[in-house]
Design a protein around this ligand. Structure first.
Ligand SMILES: C[S@@+](CC[C@H](N)C(=O)[O-])C[C@H]1O[C@@H](n2cnc3c(N)ncnc32)[C@H](O)[C@@H]1O
Length: 189
């Protein structure tokens, strides 16, 4: 028994706070590798702004915030957004970083709300990003980081984004002993 309201999980140098009704990557060690890889690619791109759609408790957004900014995360679950905000307050070196915002909302509406970003990160549920793919293709984003746990929906989404080409890819054994895996792709316009 504890009076704590969250379960803190340390991944790389960042503490992510978890609450009920919030998604968290199933394999913590591999999730740390996934976020570290994303952070490395983002640091090489140096985007002037980052939008993390489907941000959950903020794993990608907070890793991005340490190397680029400003960063905005959008997620349906209010509990996950509350966790992400708490984790952002405790981010090492927070004072010297740019703006970090987390909002509860729908990913598709957020992309079209007049606040464009250079880099858009998407890590959707198994169904993929659906209609958001065409909106991303039309958007002003120069780079997209797509993290997927379903190669079938990923392939369908890529086909809807002909203006963006895959320039880097890495496979992660997020679900050992199964036929499933996580893929991180960097797309460039
Ligand atoms: C695979 S999880 C990824 C979470 C996060 N990126 C991470 O690394 O933990 C997908 C997330 O998308 C959220 N989600 C589902 N549909 C959404 C929508 N239409 N708009 C925004 N977020 C959504 C879910 O609540 C879930 O947190």
């Amino acid at each position: 028994m504890t009076s704590d309201q969250t379960l803190p999980m340390r991944l790389n140098h960042i503490t992510l706070h978890l609450r009920p009704r919030s998604f968290f990557q199933t394999n913590t060690a591999v999730a740390a590798q996934l976020y570290r890889q994303a952070q490395q690619w983002i640091s090489e791109i140096q985007p002037t702004s980052v939008l993390d759609l489907f941000c959950g408790v903020g794993g990608f957004a907070l890793h991005a915030a340490t190397v680029a900014g400003p960063v905005r995360g959008v997620e349906l679950s209010e509990d996950a957004v509350a966790s992400a905000r708490l984790s952002a307050e405790q981010l090492p070196g927070r004072e010297s970083l740019g703006a970090i915002q987390f909002e509860a909302g729908d990913a598709t509406s957020a992309l079209d709300d007049g606040r464009p970003a250079d880099l858009v990160i998407v890590n959707p549920p198994r169904r993929g990003i659906g209609e958001l793919a065409a909106a991303l293709d039309r958007s002003s984003a120069t780079h997209v980081l797509y993290s997927s746990c379903n190669a079938t929906s990923l392939a369908a989404d890529l086909a809807r984004m002909p203006s963006l080409r895959v320039t880097r890819a890495r496979l992660f054994d997020m679900f050992p002993q199964t036929r499933h895996h996580e893929v991180l792709l960097l797309l460039e316009r």
